[in-house]
Design a protein around this ligand. Sequence first.
Ligand code: DAH
Length: 339
Amino acid sequence: MIEKIKEHIEEVERFNAHTLEEAENFRIKYLGKKGVLNDLFAAFKDVPNEQKKEYGQTINRLKNLAQDRVQELKERLADAKADEKRYGDLSRPGYPIEIGSRHPISIVKNQIIDIFSRIGFNVSEGPEIEDDWHNFTALNLPEYHPARDMQDTFFVQTNPDMLLRTHTSSVQARYMENNKPPIRTISPGRVYRNEAISARSHCFFHQVEGLYVDKGVSFADLKQTLQYFTSEMFGKSKIRLRPSYFPFTEPSAEVDVYWGLETETDYRMTKGTGWLEIMGCGMVDPNVLQNCGIDPNEYSGYAFGMGIDRIALLQYQISDIRMLSENDLRFLQQFKASF
Ligand code: DAH
């Protein structure tokens, strides 16, 4: 007899209900008029005297347990029912969480940062609304210098000394003013130029500036670094440096990478030459070092600057630069990358 009651106790402990109806059926089964407990109490009179005490205690335990269980289940299920009214069916599947994708500009920027950080460059930033000194004058572009015309500038109307930076070279000037050599830094950011918007140019775009200043930095160091960069970035290490002019470097060069002529797109992109221009560079002009508080007799440096948008267009074969700022999801969703 007592063994049987113990089995009931186990069953009550294990029981779980998912609906109020199930809980009610459970109550009827144990605590109802024709329920298990009533039968057990009715059998009490037939229990031998020496077992009466234990028997009584055990069925009382079963009774309390069953009552507690029913009450607990009913409360919980009633709460869930109220929640369901409030929130709808909580067991329904959720909305799928979609994984976003980075913007191609961010992907390329992060790749560039990663490549240069492996050879000891840190990342620095400067303001997009810049003063004349850091954007032009400190970089050897004094007022009325004809080279200022190379970069059509947006000026702040209320303060002619302030402008939207036309290049990230302004961060070079700031970094040299605030840090002592050895300096190895790259400065990514957005720049602005007063240009007509077309498939090939925009009034804002992105650049990465690079700067290395130390004792005995040479043009050979520059070339080696750029070669490392192009082979890491594009898998192409054939480059050429064409003599050029920038006011802030002397000598200056433009860097072309040999892209190859394997596909029709290669022909179109390189205008049939196989070569693609990817950045400007040179040895930091001694005047610039001087302007920024670094002794040009003790230190030398190299600098380079490249357009991120341009590289993104090349890497992903995007034909129109405007796509990069239109925020069309059909375009953006195509760029799933780990960077
Ligand atoms: N600032 C130049 C531009 O916007 C790019 C550039 C060229 C940066 C040569 C440099 C450099 O640091 O050395 O076209």
